[in-house]
Design a protein around this ligand. Structure first.
Ligand code: SF4
Length: 322
């Protein structure tokens, strides 16, 4: 290797090290109100790409952290043609999994077509309340079991108790969700559960309360149960501690920092007719977390932990991915 080649390579490497990309330039993005450097995540490899299918839902749960309800279009419904370019770009970046959230994903009229296409590329996870919209599309869903890649479902069961669950989600929906979980399981789809998390809970003890419910649905005892703390409705501004850079290096190892969703995933949404990329699934109510209209730029952007939901990731390890 010649001297000038070494010089060029060294220059490129030094530039890469110094080339931290902040998509927002103002000081409040990078520093806490006390002037400390904010904690951040520098994204690594894109592994899991999420798509928000839209905030329209058949249910109207008062606690929904997406603020979803019938006809809601805070985040618009995506079509297959909206998201196909992102499939292609994500593959070029090495993605190995696709996930879909809503709203209720099966309210989206393109959902079956979207999954049919996505399952030719990667394994997929779909979040659903497993009520009427899923029941109505069940025959079409059944056909997806023979696709090249596996499809799995995560069903929202807030509590292991019918009365409590139906109080938020509407009468009859606990039993309907259990029935649909059972039907999906019989077809060979993997099913997991999303539940509410109590503050300071013993996770194992709380998960074990679901065992009779899993048994009733014919699901295995070791079914994955993902729990979510109080995340508040969109636009809420609960007071939480600031996360500084020192917090992230003192209390988290490099391996733990890599487990934050914004390190290995991004979420694609549609707002006002435009397709945008958000830092993760949890911050789509704050436009500062819009990282652009393509995944390549989004993966370069340093994500500052300023949103109140970032504190849930820091304190409870909250994650939508499995
Ligand atoms: S909510 Fe969590 S995953 Fe999302 S940007 Fe904040 S720290 Fe990252």
């Amino acid at each position: 290797m010649y001297y000038f080649e070494v010089t060029i390579i060294m220059t490129i490497n030094i530039k890469a090290i110094n080339d931290v990309f902040y998509h927002i330039k103002d000081k409040a993005w990078r520093f806490t109100p006390d002037g400390d450097s904010r904690g951040y995540i520098q994204p690594k490899l894109l592994k899991d790409l999420w798509f928000h299918t839209g905030t329209a839902c058949n249910l109207n749960c008062p606690f929904c952290f997406e603020g979803s309800s019938p006809g809601n279009d805070r985040l618009q419904m995506v079509t297959l043609s909206d998201i196909q370019p992102f499939f292609k770009e994500a593959v070029s970046l090495g993605v190995s999994h696709f996930s879909f959230t809503g709203g209720e994903t099966f309210v989206n009229g393109d959902m079956i077509k979207i999954l049919d296409c996505a399952l030719d590329i990667n394994p997929c996870l779909v979040l659903t309340n497993a009520t009427d919209p899923l029941a109505e599309k069940f025959e079409e869903i059944e056909k997806l079991k023979d696709k090249k890649h596996k499809l799995s479902f995560r069903v929202s069961l807030d509590y292991p108790y019918e009365t409590l669950h139906d109080k938020g989600r509407g009468e009859g929906n606990f039993r309907l969700s259990l029935k649909m979980m059972s039907e999906l399981n019989k077809l060979g789809f993997k099913v997991s559960v999303a539940r509410k998390q109590k503050a300071g809970e013993d996770k194992q003890a709380e998960d074990s309360l679901f065992l009779p419910v899993l048994k009733e649905a014919g699901l295995p005892e070791d079914t994955n149960i993902v729990s979510f703390p109080e995340l508040y409705t969109p636009g809420s501004l609960p007071e939480v501690p600031q996360i500084t850079e020192a917090c992230m290096t003192t209390y988290k190892t490099e391996e733990e920092r890599a487990q934050f969703m914004c390190s290995y995933s991004k979420m694609v949404v549609k707002i006002d007719g435009k397709m945008l990329v958000y830092a993760c699934t949890l911050v789509d109510d704050d436009p500062d977390y819009t990282l652009g209209d393509n995944l390549t730029d989004a993966m370069r952007a340093r994500v500052m932990l300023r949103h109140h939901r970032c504190f849930s990731c820091f304190a409870s390890g909250t994650s939508c991915s499995e």
